[in-house]
Unconditional design. Structure first.
Length: 329
């Protein structure tokens, strides 16, 4: 996929896992990029510094440290810059942490998103992309999950905030007529994945000969999607002339927990030690994306298998342990 049109893009949460990969490609293709990130301590901010370190090599890149809950800052960014695309990735992430601090998730994910939507009303923004999540499907009994499915029955505060984000996106699209797409990401993994996510956490623990938390009987499944495929999907949505759309971006090949642990162990040369625990409240049984809409409208086609993707992740992880061991080991 090649991006011909050049954009001036605001990426919120651009120092994180998905955001930094997205900015890599935006810059490589000659776009102007403003990265807004508050560098919070959900995980070590030094990891985010590493994620964006190469971005400073590009003259068309600028970084703003700030919070999407700061309406004055958001307004100033739009006032001082000619932004025509906004890709909103910033959020408090994760189902399990949202159970511990639901008010924070509401404040950041809902109020922060509304701040952006308000600021765009009188701007020159021509496209808004909102990072939603497969969590909005909850324990959907129909598989694969389709964008037309009813998603009114949330089972975690995180999923609820993402569903509310989609509703606000449509409302503001209706009022402002800014073309808007909501992208439901399905368990993204790959180099730079957040440390608390399963593939990263399992790899780290296996490498250190420590037990991994193994929830349930191993039959839960996730639709793991490699980061490069997700970036392709984001670019497809950015270049698509939709008025309002919702897209699943997944791999459409769920992987059971038993299989995931086996593949990580095999690729890392480690023998997994399992710490068996009950399935936590808020966890879904499986995620499984119907990606036919993204395929037909965005030319989206995931290419990376779980075997190849985990191999790439472990190669990156080993390199990071060698160069920055205190952050990754």
């Amino acid at each position: 996929m090649t991006n011909i049109t050049k954009y001036s893009v605001l990426v919120t949460g651009g120092s994180g896992f998905i955001g930094s990969h997205l900015i890599d490609r935006l810059l490589e293709e000659g776009n102007q990029v403003i990265c807004l990130d508050n560098l919070n301590d959900f995980y070590d901010p030094r990891i985010k510094d590493l994620n964006r370190s190469s971005h400073y090599d590009f003259d068309q890149y600028s970084f703003v440290k700030g919070d999407i809950r700061d309406q004055d800052l958001i307004n100033t960014i739009f006032k001082d810059n000619d932004i025509n695309v906004v890709i909103h990735l910033a959020a408090m992430a994760g189902v399990r942490p949202s159970l511990e601090d639901p008010k924070l998730y509401t404040d950041v994910n809902i109020n922060g998103t509304q701040n952006l939507l308000e600021a765009m009303n009188d701007s020159g923004v021509q496209k808004f992309l909102f990072a939603s999540s497969s969590s909005v499907y909850g324990n959907n009994k129909k598989t694969p999950f389709s964008e037309s499915d009813v998603v009114d029955f949330q089972i975690s505060p995180y999923g609820a905030t993402k569903k509310m984000g989609e509703i606000m996106c449509y409302t503001y699209h209706h009022l402002s007529e800014i073309p808007t797409s909501c992208l439901r990401f399905f368990t993204v993994y790959g180099p730079r994945q957040r440390p608390e996510m399963a593939i990263h956490k399992f790899t780290r623990l296996m490498k250190n000969n420590q037990p991994i938390p193994f929830f349930g009987d191993g039959s839960t499944a996730r639709d793991y999607t490699f980061i490069d495929d997700i970036i392709d999907g984001i670019f497809g949505a950015m270049n698509k002339e939709d008025q309002f759309a919702i897209y699943n971006l997944g791999n459409s090949k769920p992987v059971k927990l038993n299989e995931l642990v086996y593949v990580i162990g095999e690729r890392s040369g480690c023998d997994p030690i399992l710490d068996r625990q009950p399935l936590p409240a808020g966890d879904v049984i499986q995620t499984f994306s119907d990606i036919s809409r993204a395929k037909s409208r965005l030319d989206y086609e995931p290419h990376v298998s779980i075997d190849d993707g985990i191999s790439q992740f472990i190669e990156w992880y080993d390199d990071m342990v060698t160069s920055h061991g205190e952050l990754y080991s």
